[in-house]
Ligand binder design. Sequence first.
Ligand code: ARG
Length: 472
Amino acid sequence: MSADKNDSDKKPMQTWSGRFSEPVGDLVKRYTASMEFDQRLADADIVSSLAHARMLTAVGVLDAQDLAAIECGLAAVRDEISSGKFPWSQDLEDVHLNIEKRLIAIVGDAGKRLHTARSRNDQVATDLRMYVRTAIDDIVAGIAELRLRLLDLAEAHAATVMPGFTHLQVAQPVTFGHHLMAYEAMLTRDADRFLDCRKRVNVLSLGSAALAGTSYPIDRERVARELGFDGVCGNSLDAVSDRDFAIEFAAAASMLALHLSRFAEELVLWSSPPFAFVRISDRFCTGSSIMPQKRNPDVPELVRAKSGRIFGDLVALLTIMKGQPLAYNKDNQEDKEPVFDVVDTVLPTLAVMAELVGGGIEIDGERMRAATSEGFATATDLADYLVRKGLPFRDAHEAVALAVRHAEREQCDLAELPIDILQRFSPLIDRDVYAVLSLDGSVASRKHVGGTAPERVLAAIREARASLSPGK
Ligand code: ARG
């Protein structure tokens, strides 16, 4: 048998198969190919190839004719891809080899020169960084949109009283606006986390070649500038192997998903009839095929569950990386699907939450107020009142606990107890106590920074709006 199975009558060999004596089996080819999913990097791959070719020309490795052919060929490839005419082939393994092979088919030898001074290892890391960078910008914009809707709703309900809970037991009155602004604060930190992560994403890997750098006189700063990177990776081994930028991205997404999941859980709770604080519009609900009275809050339930996928993507990325020796290993090919899944999950989740908050829910302020009155929510206010009149806090706590027990037996709120009854629990109690026991008085008194008073909530909303306005 001939030693050379590269003969024309044999199966086509791979781009890199010069030293191999038999072609890759079909199963192995399918198993190792990433073309089905990494096509999504095509645009970044073309843009980064153009910058690489222009740099090689500027430093004298390619000539102007080669560059012109490469530019023309890559433009044709781009058109083919966007019009769906590109001949994607699993035989060519991944997006990089598909594009390169097609370029060569279109422009010939100039296309074969494009891969000078680079490797797929630094190429794929660069493409993924560009993809994640765009995803971050889209997610940050999506968060801003949701924040704006939250701010509008919070403003409309800056003075709407609702029960604040600890242990899911009525604790103290808060305003609904304040409650919403808690999520706004979480989302602000989420956006900051993405923007901080972007700094570490936006560093150029190209120029690291396979792992050790290259002997060509490359100009990495030039490539970085053209591609909008803030700098270049300082170690070639690190640049081709680590995916901490993608892991960090998934971690930021996990925190965001976690916050959205908590908010979604509250919407589910609040929309259940025993609470009935909010009514989710029909267009966000589904019915039951057996129980005619049901209106199920499917959208917030799914938002709550999507966090599970995103945490899973994060854990997948961490696990893919954890045992890898330096430098590049094929393991890293598995980084793409989790990253894409994060993007595909987070963006629609943000969009649907923005729609829900911006007009998909009706708030029942009366119901919220009634639930607050039922829960002795101003008991702490009464204790604070007694402390202001000179009673030590522990004694005040005890006196109020007895008053609550009495009101519970009488099945009324503290504010409904007559003055002579209240005075039984402490002679320090006077008629002015009723102002303290009122829900509006309670929230209005908490007007310090971070407090629930309507005036403070409005101030927080103003600050948040200013931080969201363009130019900030
Ligand atoms: N498809 C590969 C990936 O996603 C590209 C890099 C391949 N490099 C290699 N040495 N086989 O990681």
